[in-house]
Design a protein around this ligand. Structure first.
Ligand code: TTJ
Length: 645
């Protein structure tokens, strides 16, 4: 590349100081310099092209991961302005890439994203890249500029003629390994997840992701996300492995109080609600005013309809919001000029005008929809009325157990072998499949700090049971009381009695299924336990190899092969395949799976940026359609990461 000198005036020095600040404290701008921050660079650039799409001038964005983990983002928008801005004396391109927070100022009337860590702009990506090259195609020409660690290498220059009628912007960059010390390797699936979400949220926009990191002679991996139906197709996607309650997917949109609102929803026959909310295409996992407006309108509209159509008698109570939302899948997407994010993690929308806007639009359009589709209304209300009855029954059962446990003192479950140490920090509880394995575990454990709770057989699938049944289930009651936290509204993580909750099941398909049932229960009823990193999977060995009085344990087929290669394959090898925990004697169980000094635990994590994906994962596995389930089992271990040795 050229080495033309750039004039340094006071302005340039200020710019360099700005980008230098980004390099000094990257965490302030992108949250983290670990893998998540690395991926954030791509979203940050793509956001600019999405803005151009929202303004109506771009319908295709191409993202390429090159062989060397450099990234290309290319769109067919109007191209960043190349003329000199008189106030700054810089071209539009240079402003975008060198001035902090300037990225959004060229949005051309689109809604600007400015929440949390999003929308910090292209200049931050530039500052954190070893080098970055931008090419703008407009006015029949191609312009180019290059930067290295944020510093301009040469002024914007013309590098060629453009094909007729072609316009667009192309950014090519290499994340700086000096900043991203942990990793500079991109994960295709992480980018895929977010780009698919962006495509769902921007109807009509085509986003292509290509991975060129393939073996020689192999075709590149490429996927295109393009949804004419936008969030309506998002709901269809989330419900694809479930049985929907009716065929129609509702879709409401409008503009009120300067808030642009889009809502889509459909019920399925399950008992859980999955609502995902977005503000300016950013996920708001903690909800906020848009979600409140939606819930209020949904509750009121259905109750009004039920009364008007005599599905609720005058003497009967209103349906609660929870009743109406049983089995609901919904997406709420709002666009606001100046979003205010609240809460500890700044993931909750605070703008009060969004409440009224969503409530107004959903109220009006849902009322109309129910009048036009009485059969759908009936399906939803019948389900809600059943939910109401179940909830009443559950409440009674719960009140009863509460009173009982108050009488019995602590009221810990009879099957629990508790530890003697009472400081939760030191304590762990093993949830063990089956009474016999439970027996071995009780013998093997370190009594001071390890508690054992054996569960009988398969635990209830909470995806397929209503609350009344869930609260009546003995295994679930035992877990809830043992953990000490309570659930739902009563949940209080400070009451957690164990620092680690360890699920210990057989290392076979059944064991994996039971572990998933357990995780589903925890995810639906006490997600904080997973989010705060308290939930683990024990890893029992698959094989024991004995030879000349020496013993090896192997946790996978590969590992067994490795050991056999090391010790030699001959008739002195005695190999035992463990079909279950029960086949191990207590001492073996302790050595291989329970001893904190020697065991390997997998910590269960949820990637916050892909919560909707986790939801698909759980319901795919637990739902009743066979095809998608088989598909999943092959890709397992998806929400099981982070080795803890
Ligand atoms: C701004 O208003 C005049 C016409 O062009 C508008 C604009 O800036 N469009 C635009 C910017 N399209 N695409 C971008 C863009 C694309 C990438 C890949 C990266 C960045 C920083 C901007």
């Amino acid at each position: 590349m050229g080495n033309e000198e750039v004039q340094y005036g006071a302005d340039q020095i200020q710019i360099l100081e700005g980008l230098e600040a980004v390099r000094k404290r990257p965490g302030m701008y992108i949250g983290t310099t670990a893998s998540r921050g690395l991926h954030h660079l791509v979203y940050e650039i793509v956001d600019n092209s999405v803005d151009e799409a929202l303004a109506g001038f771009c319908n295709h964005i191409e993202v390429t991961i090159n062989e060397d983990n450099t990234i290309i983002v290319k769109d067919n928008g109007r191209g960043i302005p190349v003329d000199v801005n008189h106030k700054s004396g810089l071209t539009g391109v240079e402003v975008v890439f060198t001035i902090l927070h300037a990225g959004g100022k060229f949005g051309g009337g689109g809604y600007k994203v400015s929440g949390g860590l999003h929308g910090v702009g292209a200049s931050v990506v530039n500052a954190l890249s070893e080098w970055l090259e931008v090419q703008v195609t407009r006015d029949g020409k191609i312009f180019q500029q290059r930067y290295e660690r944020g510093k301009v290498c040469y002024p914007l220059k013309e590098v060629g003629k453009a094909p007729e009628n072609e316009t667009g912007t192309r950014v090519y960059f290499k994340p700086d390994a000096l900043i991203f010390k942990e990793t500079t390797v991109y994960d295709y699936n992480i980018l895929k997840q977010r780009l698919r979400e962006m495509a769902f949220l921007t109807k009509g926009l085509k986003i292509t992701l290509t991975d060129l990191r393939v073996e020689e002679g192999e075709e590149p991996v490429t996927q295109t996300f393009h949804y004419e139906g936008g969030i309506k197709e998002f709901v269809e996607y989330l419900n694809k492995s479930k049985t929907s309650l009716y065929d129609e997917i509702m879709y409401f949109e409008g503009n009120k109080n300067n808030v642009q609102v889009e809502v889509s929803l459909q019920h399925n026959d399950s008992y859980t609600e999955s609502i995902y909310t977005f503000v300016n295409n950013i996920n708001t996992p903690e909800g906020g005013t848009h979600l409140e407006g939606f819930k209020a309108a949904l509750t009121k509209t259905f109750n009004d309809y039920a009364r008007a159509n005599k599905m609720l008698k005058d003497s009967e109570d209103n349906l609660t919001g929870e009743d109406i939302r049983e089995g609901l899948t919904a997406i709420i997407s709002v666009k606001i000029e100046d979003p205010q994010f609240e809460g500890q993690t700044k993931q909750k929308l605070g703008n009060s005008e969004a409440r009224g806007a969503v409530a107004g639009i959903v109220g009006e359009q849902l009322t109309y929809f129910l009048e036009q589709n009485p059969n759908v209304a009936k399906q939803i209300l019948e389900k809600a009325i059943l939910a109401q009855r179940a909830r009443d029954a559950a409440r009674k059962a719960r009140d009863l157990t509460r009173r009982k446990s108050a009488l019995d003192g602590l009221g810990l479950p009879g099957k629990l072998a508790d530890c003697s140490d009472k400081d939760p920090k030191n304590c762990e509880i093993f949830i063990v499949e089956g009474d016999s394995a439970g027996g071995s575990a009780k013998t093997a454990r370190s009594r001071a700090t390890q508690a054992i709770l054996p569960l009988r057989g398969k635990i209830l699938n909470v995806e397929k049971a209503r609350v009344d049944k869930i609260y009546a289930n003995n295994e679930i009651k035992a877990m809830i009381t043992a953990f000490g936290t309570g659930i739902h509204d009563d949940f209080d993580i400070s009451k957690l009695r164990y620092n680690k909750i360890i699920i210990m099941t057989d290392a076979d398909v059944d064991g994996a299924h039971i572990a998933t049932l357990m995780l589903t229960f925890l995810y639906r009823f006490m997600p904080e336990l997973i989010k705060e990193g308290h939930v683990y999977l024990a890893q029992p060995p698959l094989y024991k190899l004995e030879k000349n009085k020496k013993i090896w344990y192997a946790y996978s087929d590969e590992e067994l092969n490795q050991i056999l290669m090391d010790v030699g394959r001959d008739q002195n090898n005695k190999i035992q395949r463990y079909k279950g925990l029960g086949e191990m004697d207590p001492e073996q169980l302790w050595e291989t799976t329970m001893d904190p000094e020697r065991r390997v635990l997998l910590r269960v994590t949820i990637d916050e940026e892909s919560e909707s994906d986790i939801d698909v994962t759980f319901t795919t596995l637990m739902g009743d359609k066979v095809e998608p389930r088989r598909d999943f089992i092959e890709k397992n271990a998806k929400f099981v990461k982070n080795l803890d040795i």
